[in-house]
Design a protein around this ligand. Structure first.
Ligand SMILES: *Cc1c(COP(=O)(O)O)cnc(C)c1O
Length: 465
């Protein structure tokens, strides 16, 4: 399988090189040159497969030529054995034709484990095979950091440096990162905000001379294709459990960087009957404005009760745009250049294509809490604030009652006690047993000032792998 850049100029790469790359050299994102497709019969034959075996069917074509089928199978079985529910991604019914797909049974209680547990193992395998060592560098406002650390902690050829804004992530989220021990794990608390952290990561990818000779730099945010690829699987898994491919289903996805829902779009393009993909946003509603006004523009960041979706730009939307504009890299290159300078408008042809599959809904904090309280009252089921947006958007979607709507449960409610308390349910959310002593564990972190040269010097001096 070959991968090409959305901006059309960077060379096509194999899977293993895309895994190790961040952005393409032309500033674009990598996407498969051609998407594998499955017939209705192929998909029907997947029903009844366990999660890891299903993942193998879906993922094998994407890594063909880079990773053998047997190695892939072993890696996938090991990856999904880390999840604490026998179904890996269980479905729960919370109302007439309303379902929740629980994606928080992995080590860090967020859906990012689905991709980052796999990414860590794939990197480990490829780096060992090629006798290479890399540095992973990422910025986090919460869930990505802990999932990346858990996914890569056992990799001998990786040092992982995660930047988070000092005193600006929740205590549960911070402790999930800082209590993981290992000489190759480095938590840097930056005296600044999340944007400062992200700017330093971006600048470091742009100029890597601070690293020792030959040391690669790998991205773990959802611009990394391998993360998207892993997430396609659970769309198939969920649809199959409700009668797919015969019966179409809809998905409601709490969206930040457009990574998770883009995986749903790919599932649909690969042949899975998907009636609708609902983009659920919080007040940071850049994607809702795209869908309703065809305009793409930044607005100031708002802090909400669903912090993992607090973003001003959705990087992965570029991957969808590439398809909406007939896979013309020159057009995307031009659009993105203009977007760097300000607001842009998309053509009606492109937006008509988008609206054939996607709809959107923006939910404020008050409605989020209202939804958590209502669902608890009606079904004794506790939503976290991210999934509450999805459930709320699903109820506003106008999808016919004959079609099941599946809301993606991206995190465990105990990660967000503040929102649960604000919904009037203080104390209802409990951390699961494997994290029950989280608040007693020893933390390790380094507080650094908001200074790129200082941070880069720290990284260079602390590489252990
Ligand atoms: C990361 C995250 C999201 C947003 O996912 P995207 O792929 O960026 O759209 C939603 N909910 C939770 C809990 C997350 O951690």
């Amino acid at each position: 399988m070959k991968y090409i850049s959305t901006r059309g100029k960077a060379p096509a790469l194999d899977f293993e090189d895309v895994l190790l790359a961040g952005l393409a050299a032309d500033g674009g994102l990598y996407v498969p040159e051609t998407l594998p497709t499955f017939s209705r019969e192929d998909i029907a034959a997947m029903s009844g497969l366990g999660y890891a075996d299903l993942a193998h069917r879906i993922i094998a074509p994407f890594v063909a030529g880079s990773i053998s089928e047997d190695v892939l199978r072993a890696i996938l079985h090991d990856t999904y054995a880390q999840f604490r529910h026998g179904a890996v991604a269980p479905m729960v019914q919370i109302g007439a034709n309303q379902w929740v797909l629980e994606l928080f049974h992995g080590p860090t209680l967020a859906f990012k484990d689905f991709a980052l547990q796999l990414l860590g193992r794939l990197l480990d395998y490829v780096l060992k095979r090629e006798h290479r060592k890399v540095v992973i560098l990422g910025a986090t406002s919460g869930d990505t950091g802990s999932a990346a650390i858990e996914g890569c902690r056992h990799c001998d050829n990786i040092d992982i440096f995660i930047l988070h804004p000092h005193n600006r992530v929740s205590e549960v989220q911070r402790r999930q990162m800082t209590t993981v021990s290992g000489d190759n794990i480095h938590n840097l608390a930056i005296q600044g905000n999340f944007d400062d952290c992200q700017s330093m990561v971006k600048a470091s990818f742009g100029n890597r001379t601070f690293l020792p000779d030959g040391r690669g730099l790998v991205a773990v945010n959802s611009i990394n294709w391998a993360r998207i690829m892993a997430q396609i699987v659970y769309y198939f898994h969920a649809a199959l459990s409700l009668g797919g491919p015969v019966r179409p289903v809809a998905f409601s996805v709490p969206t930040g960087n457009f990574g998770d829902i883009f995986a749903g779009y790919l599932a649909s393009r690969m042949g899975l009957p998907v009636e609708r993909l609902i983009i659920a946003t919080n007040r940071n509603d850049v994607l809702h404005r795209v869908m309703t006004q065809s305009a793409y523009g930044r607005q100031p960041l708002a802090q909400t009760l669903s912090p993992s979706m607090d973003i001003t730009v959705s990087s992965n939307f570029e991957r969808l745009l590439f398809d909406l504009y007939g896979r013309d890299g020159a057009v995307i290159d031009d659009l993105m250049r203009r977007f760097d300078e300000g607001k842009i408008h998309f053509s009606e042809t492109a937006m008509t294509r988008a609206r054939a599959l996607f709809s959107s809904h923006s939910v404020n904090d008050e409605s989020t809490c209202g939804q958590i309280a209502t669902t608890w009252r009606e079904s004794e089921y506790l939503l976290d604030p991210h999934r509450a947006l999805g459930v709320n958007a699903a109820l506003h979607s106008g999808i016919p009652v004959t079609i099941p709507v599946i809301s993606l449960a991206t995190a465990h409610p105990a990660k967000f006690p503040q929102a649960i308390a604000q919904a009037g349910l203080e104390g209802v959310a409990r951390l699961p047993p494997h994290l029950a002593d989280l608040f007693e564990r020893t933390e390790r972190l380094q507080v650094l000032s908001n200074d790129l040269a200082g941070v880069q010097a720290f990284i260079a001096a602390n590489i252990n792998a």
